[in-house]
Design a protein around this ligand. Structure first.
Ligand code: ATP
Length: 237
């Protein structure tokens, strides 16, 4: 079983500089391993730090202490000490991230938004278009919307565009922040299938899923995020 992420003694404290430097300790000495072809679900009560941990794995947050080793191009690279150039490379080739909300780029069409990660890697326009089209169809985005920027789309449509963008490339590691939060059952089922297909191809997935049925359908492990206790990972299957 290949370890794709190895988190060691990760702590994260936010300092609120505009509020007298108040310190908010959120993550406390977390140890966690994420494996290729398996899905680890982050679980815990609201405010426990699930999103903070997920964002730390994408290097959106710098750890206060500890390490986040990522299997990147046959090396274990510590995101806590990596250069900005290395982090960009990790995001381009190794880690994909589907945030809860689409960051909309004005005037860029839906098709181009979805194609962008492949185009950035130098994939030909034909191949990128074919993949994007297939995903948009799978996710039930009507063809009449493909040439429009997604800024005016419904919450569920924007979330599906975001998912298509996240799944267009076969990332070795995929981070999913509540990817089904705004979706109906039909589209939730599509996303569950996309997750299973990615796992079958060997992708390591870390996700937050509030929907218990989705959790049950995809989780190999559940990791309890909890600011006070040690954080056990339990295996499901
Ligand atoms: N950038 C930040 N600056 C300061 N505090 C933050 C920041 N990001 C998160 N927090 C705080 O960290 C705590 C954990 O937030 P986080 O979003 O990680 O929780 P969560 O477990 O994902 O919650 P939910 O299930 O409600 O989405 C919260 O109290 C939040 O206010």
């Amino acid at each position: 079983m290949t370890t794709m992420i190895h988190v060691e003694q990760l702590s994260k404290t936010f300092t609120l500089h505009n509020q007298g430097g108040i310190q908010l300790p959120i993550l406390n000495k977390i140890d966690l391993k994420i494996f290729a072809g398996q899905c680890t679900v982050l679980h815990g009560e609201s405010g426990s730090g699930k999103s903070t941990l997920l964002r730390s794995l994408y290097a959106n947050y710098l750890p206060s202490s500890g390490s986040i080793y990522v299997h990147h191009q046959n090396n274990m690279l510590d995101l806590a000490t990596a250069s900005s150039h290395q982090l960009l490379d990790v995001r381009r080739h190794t880690i994909g991230y589907v945030s809860q909300f689409l960051r909309v780029i004005p005037r860029v069409s839906t098709l181009d938004v979805v194609k962008q990660p492949l185009k950035e890697r130098g994939v030909s326009d034909d191949v990128a278009t074919e993949k994007a089209t297939h995903l948009l169809q799978q996710l039930n985005i009507p063809e009449r919307l493909w040439s429009l920027p997604p800024s005016t789309f419904s919450g569920g449509e924007q979330q599906r565009v975001n998912i298509a963008r996240g799944f267009i490339q076969d990332y070795p590691i995929l981070l999913l922040d509540e990817p089904t939060a705004s979706l109906d059952q039909k589209n939730t089922d599509v996303v569950v299938q996309l997750i299973k297909d990615a796992l079958a191809k060997g992708t390591a997935i870390v996700g937050i899923f509030h929907d218990a049925q989705v959790r049950k359908a995809v989780a190999d492990h559940v990791f309890s995020v909890n600011t006070t206790a040690n954080n056990p990972t339990s295996s499901i299957n």
